[in-house]
Design a protein. Structure first.
Length: 211
């Protein structure tokens, strides 16, 4: 089992490095959740999240709140840290990203581990399906290498699971990353989507939402 002071060092390192460099510490990030989390305690803490993400972690199909159920724990830990350090703009999440507001660093790991156990929605909010062919082509060319053939993501490399996510949320995040509003994206991803038009981003979000 990883000692508590070691875990704190991992989290401190994570808060001071760039998103691209963070990938090299993903094993430690994953271990800090997996080996110390108390899922039952996380279940007790989760009602703080449910007011936005709902009891099942499915968020809202209109994209106002994302699906978090079943997301990779290391990915969630990184996003929480990025929000807390203001490396990712998300004012609604600021109070909840501060470990002290939910019971400390241990509580953060506990609730993340619990969220990871929740089943994702079988029918998330989807696009109209009119651009699936183009979306598949863009995804296979620009996204699949990191996010996986089936948009399953990769916990060890901090690549989010996209499968099961709401179309509206996917499209908004793609636009925010391309336009520089969301600053914590992997630079490789930014380089891939920077040249894409709104129509192309819509196509790839539509395709992912139908996986």
């Amino acid at each position: 089992m990883i000692k508590q002071h070691t875990i704190k060092i991992f989290i401190l390192i994570l808060s001071t490095i760039s998103p691209l460099c963070a990938v090299s510490n993903s094993a430690e990030i994953n271990q800090s959740v997996e080996y110390t989390a108390n899922i039952e305690n996380g279940k007790k803490i989760y009602p703080l999240c449910a007011s936005c993400h709902l009891d099942n972690g499915w968020g809202k199909p209109d994209g106002s709140f994302p699906v978090i159920a079943g997301q990779h724990p290391a990915v969630m830990l990184k996003q929480m840290d990025d929000i807390r350090s203001r490396n990712r703009e998300n004012p609604t999440m600021y109070p909840f990203a501060d470990p002290q507001s939910i019971g400390g660093e241990q509580a953060t790991r506990d609730v993340i581990a619990y969220i990871a156990t929740l089943p994702p929605p079988s029918k998330p909010g989807t696009g109209d399906g009119s651009q699936l062919s183009q979306g598949r082509k863009i995804y296979q060319q620009d996204c699949q290498q990191c996010h996986g053939q089936n948009a399953e993501g990769n916990n060890d490399s901090l690549y989010p699971k996209l499968k099961g996510q709401h179309y509206a949320y996917l499209l908004r995040q793609l636009k925010w990353i391309r336009d520089g509003y969301r600053r914590n994206a992997n630079p490789v991803m930014l380089s891939k989507i920077k040249p894409l038009t709104n129509r192309q981003l819509d196509a790839v979000a539509d395709y992912i939402s139908h996986q």
